[in-house]
Ligand binder design. Structure first.
Ligand code: FAD
Ligand code: PHB
Length: 392
């Protein structure tokens, strides 16, 4: 088999890249180790920046999102028993965020690729990327018991943090920068209408909690926990009791419970690899960087990488220009580090730390400052709705 761009991974990065390339007349093939059903039901991120929404809409995959997505104009920071609303739209000239599950974006992109006759191979095995330092890189994989080989001009490593593309780069080329937070989130998806119209980020002495949602009937809730927390120690009743305590407010506000449909623990880590390219292999999304989820940025950052790579490949195939491809990593990393900074800052400010009372008091002062100063609220809001694309 032969294609122009071989894409490893059918997460949001790989699917969006394949879709945008198709719209520009560039061929691609996507290989994915998991089943289509698995990709379409994996619950992960939920908040889309305005720029991500605009990109999906402008590329013709925004119709269901426009019907079912929940547009939010603000978020709530809860601390000291009180709510402090950050007016995202008012502080950013009318920008909004949209709550629409990552798996819904994935479903829409898979449908669009298949309707356009795109090649998506699910449930492949033993994926290997070869010859990326030559003009003819290859992806080798097994499909239904047969060994296949895909020859390409370029390979996009969209295979997430645990994929095979980043490790395929020879030793000494990449530098990894990382920070493991001594905390994690226990997340649940529950069949109960969200207790608030807007997301609530609650900073409490017992630890951080977040109220989010997936639809008017489904709540998504998170609790700060230890990275090695044992899920068996958390029967549903204990989760709801702990959530109620961490969301307590001075008045009678309360959280209703309901059946828990899914639960899981997500470790918090910050990770960046540089450069995000080696010869004809480009690392995209979680394959190149991970942010802690507190700023709701992982998926949005992946979409930003995809946009930069799409434009660079478009320039290459239209005119033979390679300068944009050569600048891919540099352009992406500028945004990546700004988003790392924001995600680290939100995480440090909102979570109960192990660093002692001094730091907890500093974080409380920071929350007071952020919610009391228009300049500081604006800094939070402009990062939360998404920094502008700066492409060169
Ligand atoms: P992924 O979504 O990881 O997709 C990579 C794809 O590659 C997967 O489909 C995988 O099966 C496939 N793959 C892996 N190895 C191979 C291989 N060898 N060959 C072929 N295919 C392969 N972000 C938020 O903003 N908010 C959240 O609440 C949030 N929660 C998260 C919870 C978890 C458990 C995780 C892991 C991430 C979460 N994130 C969250 C981050 C966000 O989901 C990611 O940033 C986003 O999924 C990145 O998309 P991606 O396509 O780059 O990578
Ligand atoms: C989610 O809805 O899953 C979500 C929302 C906001 C975050 C992280 C996760 O900061």
């Amino acid at each position: 088999m032969r294609t122009q761009v071989g894409i490893v991974g059918a997460g949001p990065s790989g699917l969006l890249l394949s879709h945008l390339l198709h719209l520009r007349g560039i061929e691609s093939v996507v290989v994915e180790i998991r089943s289509r059903r698995y990709c379409e039901t994996r619950i992960r991120a939920g908040v889309l920046e305005q720029g991500t929404v605009d990109l999906l809409s402008a590329s013709g995959v925004g119709a269901r999102m426009a019907r079912e997505g929940l547009v939010h104009h603000g978020i709530v920071l809860r601390f000291g028993g009180r709510d402090h609303r950050i007016d995202l739209s008012g502080l950013t000239g009318g920008r909004t965020i949209t709550v629409y599950g990552q798996h819904e974006v994935v479903k829409d992109l898979i449908a669009a690729r298949l309707n356009a006759g795109g090649d998506l191979f699910f449930e492949v095995q033993d994926v290997e990327v070869l010859d990326v330092d030559t003009p003819a890189p290859r992806i080798r994989f097994g499909r239904a018991g047969t060994a296949e080989e895909l020859r390409c001009d370029f390979i996009a490593g969209c295979d997430g943090f645990h994929g095979v593309c980043r490790p395929a780069v020879p030793p000494g080329v990449l530098t990894a920068y990382e920070h493991a937070f001594p905390l994690a989130w226990l997340g649940i998806l529950a069949q109960v209408p969200p207790a608030s119209e807007e997301l609530i980020y609650s900073s409490h002495d017992r630890g951080f909690a977040l109220l989010s949602m997936r639809s008017p009937e489904l709540s998504r809730l998170y609790l700060q926990c230890a990275p090695d927390e044992d899920m068996n120690g958390w029967p549903d009743k204990r989760i709801w009791d702990e959530l109620r305590r961490r969301f307590e407010r001075d008045d009678a506000w309360t959280l209703r419970d309901g059946p828990v449909l899914q639960k899981g623990i997500t470790a918090m880590r910050s990770f960046v690899v540089a450069p995000m390219q080696y010869e004809r292999l480009f690392l995209v999304g979680d394959a190149a960087h991970i942010v802690p989820p507190t700023g709701a940025k992982g998926l949005n950052l992946a979409a930003a990488d995809v946009m930069v790579l799409t434009r660079a490949l478009e320039a290459f195939y239209a005119t033979g220009r390679t300068d944009r491809l050569a600048r891919y990593s540099e352009v992406c990393l500028r945004r990546v580090w700004k988003v790392q900074r924001f995600s680290w800052w939100m995480t440090s400010m909102l979570h109960r730390s192990n660093d002692g009372e001094f730091f907890d008091r500093l974080h409380r002062a920071e929350l007071d400052y952020i919610t009391g100063s228009r300049a500081a609220s604006t800094a939070l809001a402009e990062n939360y709705v998404g920094l502008p694309f700066d492409d060169d």
